[in-house]
Design a protein around this ligand. Sequence first.
Ligand code: MLT
Ligand code: ZN
Length: 458
Amino acid sequence: MENIEALNEIFSRGRVKTDQADLIHWGTDWTRSFEVAPQAVVFPERIDELVALVKLAREHSLKLVPSGGRTGLSGGAVASNDEVIVSFDRMNQIHAFNPTDRIVGCQAGVITQRLQEYAIERGLFYPVDFASSGSSQIGGNIATNAGGIKVIRYGLTRDWVAGLTVVTGTGDIIRCNRGLVKNATGYDLRHLFIGSEGTLGFIVEAEIRLAPGPKPQRVMVLGVNELDDILNLLQCFQQHVVLTAFEFFSELALQKVTEKGSVPRPFSEPCAFYALVEFDADADEEAAIAFEEALDRNWVTTGVISQSDAQAAALWSLRENISESIAADTPYKNDLSVRISEVPGFLSDVDGIVNKHYPDLDVCWYGHIGDGNLHLNILKPESLTIDEFFERCHRINPELFSLIEQRGGSISAEHGVGLLKREFLPFSRSDAEIGLMRGLKEVFDPSGIMNPGKLFSV
Ligand code: MLT
Ligand code: ZN
């Protein structure tokens, strides 16, 4: 009660919510499998309010959970332990644009799609894109170094962040890099906050670099019978065209999307797997050569190419709608990556695990295979409770993650660690690295108030 009164003093005009429905709404992300039990949600509008909040939290041992669009898949924004959720919904302004620098200044709560549209209106392009761009916020994207569907060409969120304003766990306001192209003045703290999952401080503003507007794009969906051939296909296309995207999905993933009825199959012939390839439309002829070569080598069985933007968007829906289409099956999500050269061996490792441990379960494969990133989703059968099912998948993780460790891969390519993967972090990061990460947390957040329990347990 005392805490709530103090919060009300900082966040006037009804910007503190404590109703159960609000706590549940703002206290969770798309994982849906963790307990949700925060004490309040607050809605800052200004940086000085966040500084005051950090001061209060340090004095009263309040735990703070930064909250963006809550589209995360690892529980990074889940509040399950009496925390105060700090929603950035009201810090959603784009406040500066400089056409010479091609840099946008925005607050953390700006929705990704809004930034994409803002860029298009100025003849430019914000190339980080994913299915949840209509709800995810820039601050959350930065906190997880979000990837998505165009990484093969444009890189990750990290590559577009030219500056960051952060309120640290000590209540200091720091402005990192300030939009500079060159800045050789020691540690680049900006990159520490990118991917830090809210454990070091609040990302409150960002300077985002924009790319030149892209050429018109063409999309192909190709049918593939053998998983291994997808990598042959990738190499084949890369020899002929500059790829904007190279994604894959399995027949089960396609079925889940088409069952919803809003988008038809790309062609009538069912295939074990599908590759979605995107490239500049002026490379049509080169892409046709790649396709013919792949046909000759039996790497593809059939394919379709977009003839209009509407058709390209429909083909993209086959890939982008997968996550939502399988949500009702309460999937256990694995977000794995290895170097691209390791992908063929890694696919056969994973296939072995799936056949050994999940012969009775539906396994839905898809992902950004051109980045070496595989989403392996195990679907919950009706016969198991959520707890039984998650417990079973968790038990198998050490075997799966050991294979990743042997290949020097990552147990979380782009979804983050959060609560879901924290106990498995040592499969991807050494003891020395984790020790240093804990040391950094101590420096930026000595009172342990910033998103405690995420990334590693307290
Ligand atoms: C995707 O690639 O569709 C997203 O990472 C979401 C997911 O893996 O479900
Ligand atoms: Zn993904």
